[in-house]
Design a protein around this ligand. Structure first.
Ligand code: FE2
Length: 511
């Protein structure tokens, strides 16, 4: 560390030159990092326990409770942090910071007064070439008071990659690795916090190399498909929807061509980028009506905002973003050097329906009085009572799936209307008079008799046939425990069961 910045760092934290920063805070764990080359602590005290450093300057704290404040001590530094948990989640976003400018310093002074669950850094953490000492002098020296209590989750920028494959960037950070291919761990990752799944993508080497890109896109597809949170927030350095001097960059073009279609396929509502040294908010883009925020004004020299129909608001200004996930809404404010918000929006993504299927068989045939499963995006907060499907009894709600029961007697083309606090989505389904369907794994044995739940035969008065392993067996239909559900009673046999009613065949289940 140069003498001048060392003296500055002493001034920044009175009585100590220690630099401590949190990483990878989850519901139950957190990593505390410190500069082992300068300070030789052997571990961290937290929650009345001692956690030894696994590697010099880094200790993983485990066994914590979600949504809880913890005090920790490493060397002479005492600080606190909060684990991930439910409820309103304030967070910060900043990018293109690490030049050591007066503007970076001024924004750092603003940020330290913020109370946030975490901070997302949209890349170019350390200029000019991402060298190891720059992560001390132009990153942790500026933000350590915040970093000691608020975990930073970054994505790498092009400047972070100018040093051998971004090695100092990866050495400095300890980022989530679960589910990420071993060779790419740290470059891209995801984490859940409250009602959000946050995904960090590396729009540098893993995007540029076709083989690595395929691996990353496959991972991204799985992460977005598996998210159970209402909000899916994605961030990476190169901004596909921004206008300015970098809009024609090779990596920006690759992001446009390969990342955007994947984000649109999963209807991701919110994306953060950097690289253009300005503030830009996009118009709603694509079938998911996503909003792209480009936040590249964290301290590097500013760029003009180009003219583009994709840009709803563009301002050449140093700034950071103050955001909050709050149930069905997410607030974003761009805060300038003067501490005032110069742009504020609230996102309320509409529910979107992808498919409606038979709730028992997950097939396309839906019979009278059946339970149905509505698949889509932003369908509701888990267990929300504010979600309705007009005319249907709602049984269960998650962001990606609503289970509901069709009323008895409704047959033919039926319009389904999903309503949430954010809006409505409509779709049409065809309800046929009879479409028998069986619930997998629903058999109940008693004596020599097997009882299986069936649907799609509401009001049906004809005969029901059954086959196990292709062999006809006798069965009878009984009233079910709830409306729309019948019981098929048959001999306690084993194998693949199919039933027939009204000329229709059910799905097969194993009994
Ligand atoms: Fe950049």
């Amino acid at each position: 560390m140069r003498r001048r910045s060392f003296i500055a760092s002493l001034l920044a934290l009175p009585g100590s030159g220690w630099r401590v920063y949190l990483q990878n805070v989850t519901e139950t764990e957190a990593t505390v990092c410190w500069d082992a080359s300068m300070f030789g602590a052997a571990g961290v005290e937290c929650d009345g326990r001692y956690f030894a450093a696994g590697v010099p300057g880094r200790a993983r704290i485990t066994g914590l409770a979600a949504g809880t404040e913890y005090l920790y001590r490493v060397g002479p530094v005492e600080a606190s942090f909060r684990t991930a948990g439910v409820g309103v989640t304030p967070f910060l976003v900043i990018g293109d910071t690490g030049t050591g400018s007066a503007e970076q310093s001024a924004l750092a002074g603003r940020l330290v007064r913020e109370r946030a669950a975490f901070l997302l850094h949209t890349g170019d953490v350390a200029y000019p070439t991402g060298q190891a000492e720059a992560y001390r002098e132009r990153y942790v020296d500026y933000y350590h008071s915040l970093m000691a209590r608020t975990p930073f989750f970054p994505c790498p920028g092009n400047h972070d990659y100018y040093e051998t494959d971004a090695e100092p960037y990866f050495a400095f950070h300890d980022l989530p690795g679960a589910g990420v291919p071993a060779a790419e761990r740290g470059r891209y990752y995801s984490f859940d916090w409250g009602d959000a799944t946050v995904v960090s993508i590396d729009s540098n080497a893993p995007l540029e190399d076709p083989a690595r890109r395929a691996v990353m896109l496959d991972w991204l597809d799985r992460v977005l498909g598996a998210s159970t949170r209402f909000w899916r927030v994605v961030f990476f350095h190169h901004p596909p929807m921004a206008a300015g001097p970098n809009e024609g960059d090779v990596l920006t073009e690759l992001a446009r061509r390969h990342l955007v279609p994947m984000l649109e396929r999963h209807r991701v509502p919110l994306v953060f980028n950097g690289h253009e040294h300005s503030y830009q908010r996009s118009v709603p883009v694509g079938p998911g009506e996503a909003t792209y925020f480009t936040t590249g004004g964290g301290g590097a020299p500013l760029y003009p905002v180009g003219a583009s129909p994709l840009v709803a608001r563009g301002v050449t200004a140093n700034h950071y973003l103050r955001c909050a996930v709050n149930g069905y809404r997410l607030d974003v404010a761009a805060v300038g050097l003067d501490g005032l918000a110069f742009d504020s929006v609230t996102l309320r993504p509409q529910p979107m329906v992808r498919a409606v299927v038979n709730g028992a068989s997950f097939g396309a045939r839906i019979g009278r009085g059946s339970p149905v499963s509505v698949f889509g995006w932003q369908l509701g907060l888990p267990g929300s009572r504010e979600v309705s499907v007009r005319g249907l009894e709602v049984l269960a709600v998650t962001p990606g799936q609503i289970n509901a029961l069709l009323p008895a007697g409704l047959v033919g083309r039926v319009r389904l209307e999903v309503s949430t606090p954010n809006g409505r989505a409509e779709t049409e389904i065809e309800v046929v008079p009879v479409a028998p369907a069986l619930f997998a794994g629903s058999g109940v044995r008693s004596g020599g008799v097997l009882r299986v739940y069936a649907t799609g035969m509401d009001g049906y008065g004809g005969t029901v046939g059954a086959r196990v392993n292709g062999v006809e067996i006798g069965c009878r239909l009984l009233a079910g425990p709830v409306a729309g559900v019948q019981i098929v009673e048959l001999p306690a046999v084993e194998g693949e069961l199919v039933i027939f009613a009204g000329g229709e065949r059910s799905n097969a289940i194993t009994v």
